[in-house]
Structure formats: C-alpha cells, structure tokens
Design a protein around this ligand. Structure first.
Ligand SMILES: *[C@@H]1O[C@H](CO)[C@@H](O)[C@H](O)[C@H]1NC(C)=O
Ligand SMILES: *[C@@H]1O[C@H](CO)[C@@H](O)[C@H](O)[C@H]1NC(C)=O
Ligand SMILES: *[C@@H]1O[C@H](CO)[C@@H](O)[C@H](O)[C@H]1NC(C)=O
Ligand SMILES: [Mn+2]
Length: 678
C-alpha cells in the first residue's frame, strides 16, 4: 500500500506542471492504467525500475518482478519517443505535451518520460514537495545519500565482525597448502590441463574451509552503518571447476551478513561441462532461492555476460566476483559503506592469492602496504604504491583510498548507477579493457573508485586460460584485446593521450574498432570531463612510472640485410636474450620501436646490449629514453657504447655489438612495417 501512496504522490508532484483540473484526472488516468497493466504485486517494480539500456538506445522503464514484462521507451530523435508497452498496436509517438493528453497511455508514457529526462531512476522517497527541487537537481531521486555517514573506528570489536569462529582441521583448512599424494599425480596433471588449476585438490578441500584473516588488525574495529544497501553478488562463469565455483558461493554465504546479502546470481556463459548442468541446479537448491542461476543461450563473453547479470540482479548494489574466489572475513560491509555514503563510488576489495596447485591462501601484497591501479600507455594494467598525495588524506592505513583504475574482476557498484552509465560498452569483445572503460567512465563522468583495504577476497590465479573464445573471435582481424583498447581510448582519451597509445601500439591504428558513436554520445550526454582532467587530478602518478612517450622515428620489423631474418623476442619472459627468426610481418614479437629519445622497445620491454649480448628487459620505470640511434645512410643501429653497431654474428648467429663497418651487411638493418592485410 505504501508503494501506491508514493506513486500517487509522485504523480501529484508531476502535476505541479498542470492545471489543477488535470491534477486529479492525471492521477486517475494513470491509476487506471496501473490497474489494467500492472498487477498490484508488480507495482513497485513498474514505477521504480527505470533503467537505461543505452546499447539498444532503449530506455527500459519497468519489468515485472519475474522479469517477464518489458516496457520501454525508444528514442527516435531528440523530440520523438516511442513507447513500447509490450502490447501490439499500442506503440505511440509522444512528446511531453502528451502529459496533458486524454489518452491515458500517452499521458502515462509521458510521465515516465519526464522521470527519465530528469534522471528519476525511481520514485522512492519522492514526495510532492521535493519533486520540483529534484527536477533542477541532477541527483537522481532514487539515491538516498547519507553524505556524512562514515564508518567509525572504536576500541571494541566491529559491529559486523564474526564471532566464535570454529577451529577446523582438514585438507586446505586455515588456507594452508594442500599437497596431494604422489599416487594422485595423474589427477593433478589432468585437472591442471583441463582447468588451469588443480581441481582434484579443490575437490578434497571443504567447501566451507577456513582461511587466514589477512587484514590489518585495525580492520576488526571498524563499525559500519547498520542499514547498508541490499546486495546482489554476480558470478559469471564458463566451464569453471564445480568445487571452485561452489566454494566461491559458500564463502559469500558464510561471510556476508544475511540481511544485506540479497542474492547471489550465477550467470553461466554457455558452459558445456556435464557437472555444471542439472548437478548445479540441484546443488544450489539448498540455498532456497538465495542463489539464482541464469544461463546464456549462446556464448557471450565475460563483458556482455556481466552486463546481463547486472540487468537481472535485484539488489541495490551489485558485486562482481570471478568464479574462483573465496571472500575473507567481514568482506562486504567495508565495500558497501562508501557506496552507502555516495552512490557514485565504486569500491574494490584487495585481492589475496589462492595457489592454483595447492589452494594455499596467502596475501599477494606486502602487509600494510597499499597499492592502487594505474596503466601504461599500451593499456597494460599496472599497480603503484599509493602516492603521498593520496595517502596523506587518510588518518588510518585501513581506510578506503582513491584509485585511478581497477583490475577488473572484483568490485562493487550501485546497480542503477552502473546501468545509468551504460554498464560496459557492448562493443567490447570477450574480455580486456573493460576495466579501463569502466574506470575512465566513472571518474570522468562524476564518480570515483575506492580501494578498500579491509575487504579482502582470495582469487585463484590460473596457470593459463583453459578455454578458447570460440565463435566470439570469428571474423575479427588483429588482436581482440587491442581492438577493445582502441575503442576505450578513442572514446575516453584526448588527442595528446591517444598519441601515446598509438606510439606504444602502432599497429592499433589499422584496427577496425567498429562504431563508437554511442559511446561518444554517452560521454557527451553525461557531460564527462576531459581525460587531461583525469590525468591531473586522479591518475597523476601514472607519469611517474610511465612518462609521456616521445614519438617513434621508426617502427616495424628489424630485418637483417645479410640473412633476411628479423629481431624477435622469441616469446620469452623478460629478462631474456633477443633472438632472430623468419620475418612474419604480424607485429607482436617482431614489432620494435625506436623513439626520438633513443629507446628501442618491443611491447613494454626495452632492448639493452653490450658486446656479447642483446637483451630484452622491462623498460626502467620512469624512463622513455635509451642508447640507440639509426643511421639511415649506412642502415646501422648504433648503440651509444663506443658508438658500436648492432651485429648478427655470422657464425654463431648471436646478436651483439661490434665496431661499425659500412661494408658488413650483418650490421645492416631495415626497420619497416607493412599495412597489415586486415
Ligand atoms: C514518430 O514520429 C516520427 C516523426 O514524425 C515519424 O517519422 C515516425 O514514423 C513516428 N513513429 C511512430 C511509431 O509513429
Ligand atoms: C563446515 O561445515 C561442516 C559441516 O556443517 C562443519 O562441521 C565445519 O565446522 C564447517 N567449517 C567451518 C570452517 O565452519
Ligand atoms: C669497403 O669496401 C670498399 C670497396 O670494396 C673499400 O674501398 C673500402 O675500403 C671498404 N671499407 C672498409 C671500412 O673496409
Ligand atoms: Mn579470475
């Protein structure tokens, strides 16, 4: 009943715009419509769920609790909107004038349109008096902010801290490494091969095993607001090991306050493993609906599957977890507290490591040192110790702090906010770069990202990725991930910073990134700040590690005149020797760049040399220069050391430096690239 009251209030408020004679009739009309189309129990959802599905240019304005109904407003142009009430023959063309129409469908649609226009994502807590104020305020009415409600650090144990933890023994208990006996070596090898992790070991470890508390001691004494937002934990999986997936779920159920944990949504991205079918359906029945399973009808990839999970979830906050995690003690309230205070804060837990072979649970970061997410210009994700400029803003090392980016897998965000900012760019493929897209979008469009030291989540780092992209990669030329990066930087970077990306990834200029006009339109519509603002105010520590890149003078394959072979990283982990192999023109391991400051680089590595060796090592952080120059006349690659030349030793075929000799074709190189035949 309360919901209806709110609804009527809202309509009454809308009618501040109307002649008073319309006041009653509008409300009556919409009430009538409500009766026809929206059964009582669906009422709240109809009024209160107004979501943007920008990828389809659709503004979905309501759905039944069971998700079966689909009402939408489709924008045709600036002025005309079309309402799809889901009933054939009822589609219409309305402008706001129709608020005064006698046609109840038009009027109601228009009311909804006004909600939409003014970002009334929902109508909770919207009273008649506050309505006009809200129209001029960009803050959506839905978000009840609790601006000055911060957690407090006290001397007694925190209000959400677990009490009476059991002391358990058994394989992997307390997060200890579990070593399997030698006679199981075959099982281990098989599951490592199939899953990239030792599922045989996982199967022996209790679903509800105990893990060590890796938090700072201080974390136990924080007290959080009692009425934190209801939370849906979304876990996307594709052919995950059953016990690893279920241990993720068990840990969330066991270590989250039951009244705050609204549900766990498992989204199956079209797995084909037998034990993830009816076996899984049956297993989750024990949680009596608290754990829901939805399945994609075809492979969609991580990014789109996550967006789907967000659509389907019904909690106020969504938390994304990978399908191979174990959440640690009292992990959830610290993640929710910043969002409770400001719905535009996205929060990120600190990740611990779970060994893929022994399932040992251990911290990956040095105890007490806080890191945050940054990036380098080739868009590889990097982390940096929290700089003084940020650290000095906090009294306690256990407090959340601001971070420019996040690693991607694990984070919490207000669900409607996530949908309002367009979720993930639906043009991103499979995975890669979505963490940056979301990070830049949030920061540039008025939100922020905080890392939360008191929220710890263990994550299994796999030995390798055990599945293929399947059809998702079909018909795509070039690296999928680089295509994603290109979409992201073309949408969010400014001209100066785009150049750094293309300097670091020269082949990316040729990649077809598809249509980004919707992303650019979103950026304009949300009036997002320029990338330079982000660099100056948020990601200022990027330049310390990855300064602005000088231009490339030459880039491409480095081909030896005498032998016709090309320099090649040989796929080795740095530091390693550089080798040579048949020139292939596909970039990657043979794509070298010589910049104006003398750095000869390949990927994020730099070429270092002395008389006997030519090596690849990670470029020294904070530097973009180097000892190399190219003499076009002689085709020499000259190293500053004695002015020696890069040489392929005729007999050993090893690379080294030698005195320059213009007649020695083993010292002559061409640096060239072809436009790839994409
Ligand atoms: C809505 O109006 C536009 C512009 O007048 C028109 O082109 C379009 O066909 C109309 N759509 C519907 C569904 O009536
Ligand atoms: C896991 O569950 C079992 C069976 O209910 C119980 O005996 C055990 O103590 C639990 N382990 C932990 C760490 O709570
Ligand atoms: C290179 O070869 C030319 C012609 O054969 C010869 O005149 C010159 O001296 C040689 N230079 C060196 C440095 O060996
Ligand atoms: Mn993962």
């Amino acid at each position: 009943m309360q919901n209806i009251t709110i609804f009527l209030f809202t309509l009454a408020a809308l009618c501040l715009y109307c002649e008073s004679k319309y006041f009653e009739s509008r409300c009556d009309l919409v009430e009538e419509l409500r009766k026809q189309e929206f059964p009582e129990d669906k009422m709240r959802d109809w009024v209160c769920l107004i979501e943007k599905q920008s990828e389809r240019k659709t503004h979905k304005i309501g759905s039944g609790k069971d998700g079966s109904k689909d009402y939408g407003l489709f924008q045709i142009n600036d002025k005309y909107w079309c309402s799809n009430t889901g009933i054939p023959g009822r589609d219409c063309n309305v402008t706001c004038v129709d608020l005064l129409s006698d046609d109840i469908t038009k009027a109601a649609t228009c009311a909804k349109l006004i909600f939409e226009r003014h970002n009334f994502l929902a109508c909770e807590n919207v009273g008649a008096e506050s309505m006009s104020a809200l129209i001029s305020d960009s803050q959506p009415a839905y978000y009840k902010s609790h601006q000055n409600v911060y957690p407090t650090l006290k001397s007694e144990l925190g209000n959400f801290e677990p009490r009476n933890l059991k002391d358990t023994t058994g394989p992997g208990e307390k997060g200890r490494p579990y070593h399997m006996s030698q006679d199981r070596a075959n099982d281990v090898a098989e599951s490592e091969g199939e899953y990239g992790m030792n599922i045989a070991a996982s199967d022996d470890i209790a679903m509800n095993r105990s893990i060590p508390d890796t938090r700072l001691d201080e974390c136990k004494y924080w007290h959080y607001p009692e009425e934190l937002p209801s939370t849906s934990v979304i876990i996307v999986f594709h052919n995950e090991g059953f016990s690893v997936l279920m241990r993720t779920v068990h840990s969330v159920i066991d270590r989250s306050p039951p009244n705050i944990l609204h549900e766990i949504v498992l989204v199956d991205d079209f797995s084909d493993k037998e034990n993830l079918k009816s076996n899984l359906d049956n297993y989750i029945k024990r949680w009596k609906g608290k754990v829901r399973l939805i399945r994609n009808a075809q492979r969609e990839g991580l990014i789109r599957t996550r967006s789907r999970g967000a659509q389907e979830a019904t909690g106020d906050v969504i938390v994304f977890l990978d399908a191979h995690c174990e959440v640690n003690l009292n992990w959830l309230p610290p993640l929710l507290a910043p969002i409770y205070r400001d719905y535009r804060i996205m929060t990120v837990p600190v990740i611990d490591g779970v060994d893929h072979r022994t399932f040992e649970y251990r911290p990956v970061y040095q105890h007490g040192t806080n890191y945050r997410g940054i990036f380098e210009w080739g868009m590889l994700y990097k982390e940096n110790e929290v700089p003084e400029r940020e650290a000095s803003l906090h009294k306690h090392p256990s407090e959340p702090y601001k971070s420019p980016t996040h690693a991607g897998g694990l984070f919490a965000i207000n669900r409607r906010y996530f949908l309002e900012i367009g979720a993930y760019d639906p043009g991103l493929l499979v995975w890669g770069g979505e963490n940056f897209e979301l990070s830049f979008k949030i920061w540039q469009c008025g939100g922020s990202i905080e890392w939360v030291p008191c929220s710890r989540v263990g994550h299994v780092y796999r030995a390798f990725m055990p599945y293929s992209f399947g059809n998702l990669a079909k018909n795509r030329k070039g690296s999928l991930i680089t295509i994603n990066y290109k979409r992201v930087i073309e949408t969010w970077f400014d001209e100066e910073h785009k150049e750094f990306f293309y300097t670091r990834e020269p082949m990316a200029r040729f990649l077809d990134m598809g249509d980004i006009s919707e992303q650019v339109a979103l950026r304009d519509r949300l009036k997002c700040k320029p990338f330079s603002w982000f660099m100056e105010n948020v990601a200022y520590d990027v330049y310390d590690k990855f300064p602005k890149l000088p231009k490339n003078i030459h880039w491409g394959m480095v081909k030896n005149k005498a032998t016709g072979v090309c320099l090649d990283t040989m796929g080795k982990a740095a530091p390693a020797y550089i080798g040579t192999s048949t020139c292939h023109g596909a970039g990657n391991s043979q794509l070298f760049r010589l910049n104006e400051a003398g750095q000869l680089g390949v990927g994020e590595r730099c070429v270092e040399a002395d008389v006997n060796n030519v090596k690849q090592a990670f470029c020294r952080l904070g530097t973009v220069d180097g000892p190399w120059s190219f003499d076009e006349g002689h085709s020499h690659l000259i190293h500053r050391l004695h002015g020696y030349c890069l040489t392929l030793q005729p007999h050993s075929k090893q690379l080294g430096l030698a005195p320059c000799d213009p007649n020695n074709t083993y010292q002559q190189w061409t640096i060239m690239h072809k436009k790839p035949n994409w």
